[in-house]
Write a protein that binds this ligand. Structure first.
Ligand SMILES: [Zn+2]
Length: 388
């Protein structure tokens, strides 16, 4: 049944499916845990189980094929509300006169584009660029929707994505709802940063903590879901995404089936060429030029991959340096290159490289200028690798 769509998180699913079967669901849950661990996927499956037409949905999970299940996957089910940070222009279309205005129409298009993206990648967290967070008007609309009863035998489910972005006044409105929750409504708040929530909201929810998906489970899932992906690409996706399904999904979706070489492996090759330039005493200017070109030509996701590939490679060299026969490498297909590096550069500052890479990735993800980040990365990387 469709609980199987949730990857890993066995304990978490067991808690929920037991509560569902025994009719003992809490009124409000807080799904916390790292990005890409499947919190929203689980929330949607729970919503589906509560609204599915299959007679054994409560005991076995949603069928995944009935009209209700399909509507939920399309984000069109009348019982399921999915909230995420939107821009104010979207909410100004309340009366018909304003509804015609251009600002609203454009905001609506951006909103629908995000929903489409969410349908393509169930691990994606949508948020509109010009958003101030989840707004009061959105929670007021929930309040109104809560006042209508759902069809008999079903339950409304309000899923609040990125709950840490609730605007303070929206959070207070939501708190009122949580204090006297209507029996026919289930709230699921989702966040990767539970500490940023109001303590009063948190205390009203039963918290379920999600974990990063272990590498072995991610590999098994990938083998079943995308059998066309094989090693070394498969290994790269597993290692690079580090249990983050959102990342893994992006890597799969970004694959160019027509190209002879998988994009991930091509980027790894680019990263290793670049690394060679960084390390060669007289080619540093080439490294800078290469970093500039990559910053211009690669997308943000690809740049993150690029830096990630360097990190994974250096991790391998560190392992082989400490344990020469170490087998569980991120890049088992290029062991020679790993060993050569480990021999020629015996003393890099691995901790420094790791911190630098993580910071650069974060900066790129937060819309910093790729050119500046890559130049700074290149300049800082060299002394970390060239330690006497
Ligand atoms: Zn169904």
């Amino acid at each position: 049944m469709s609980w199987n769509r949730v990857i890993g998180q066995k304990q978490q699913v067991r808690v929920l499916s037991n509560a569902l079967e025994k009719g003992r669901l809490a009124h409000a849950y807080l799904f916390s845990g790292p990005e890409g661990s499947g919190k929203e996927m689980t929330a949607l499956e729970l919503a589906a189980a509560l609204n599915c037409r299959s007679p054994d949905a409560m005991s076995n999970g949603a069928c995944g094929t009935c009209p209700d299940c399909l509507q939920i996957r399309e984000f069109m089910h009348p019982n399921v509300e999915y909230l995420f940070p939107v821009e104010a222009a979207l909410l100004e279309g309340g009366d018909s006169q304003k509804k015609d205005n251009k600002k609203f129409t454009e905001a609506r298009e951006r909103f629908l584009a995000l929903i489409e993206k969410k349908k393509e990648n169930p691990y994606f967290s949508p948020a509109m660029d010009r958003s101030m967070g989840i707004l009061t008007e959105q929670v007021v609309a929930l309040q109104q929707k809560a006042s209508f009863m759902p069809r008999e035998g079903t339950r409304k489910v309000f899923i609040i994505s990125q709950a840490e972005k609730l605007h303070p006044s929206a959070a207070n409105k939501l708190l009122k709802l949580l204090e006297e929750p209507p029996a026919h409504v289930l709230f699921v708040l989702v966040t990767a940063r539970p500490d940023s929530l109001l303590a009063t909201i948190r205390s009203r929810c039963q918290e379920i903590r999600f974990q990063r998906v272990p590498a072995a489970e991610l590999r098994t899932w990938l083998e079943e879901h995308s059998p066309e992906i094989v090693d070394p690409e498969l290994g790269f996706i597993v290692n690079f995404s580090r249990g983050n399904l959102k990342l893994a999904w992006e890597l799969i979706a970004g694959r160019d089936e027509a190209s002879s070489e998988p994009a991930t492996i091509a980027i790894r090759q680019m990263a290793l060429d670049y690394l060679r330039k960084v390390l060669a005493p007289k080619r540093f200017h080439e490294a800078l030029t290469a970093s500039e070109e990559h910053a211009k030509n690669l997308s943000r996701t690809e740049l993150v991959l690029f830096i990630g590939a360097i990190l994974l490679f250096l991790q391998d060299t560190c392992h082989r340096r400490i344990v020469p026969g170490f087998r569980n490498l991120n890049n088992p297909d290029i062991t020679d290159a790993v060993d050569r590096f480990a021999k020629n550069f015996p003393n890099p500052d691995y901790l420094g490289v790791s911190t630098l890479a993580e910071e650069s990735i974060r900066a790129i993800e937060r819309n910093a200028s790729p050119l500046l980040v890559m130049a700074a990365f290149t300049a800082a990387l060299r002394p970390l690798l060239w330690r006497a």
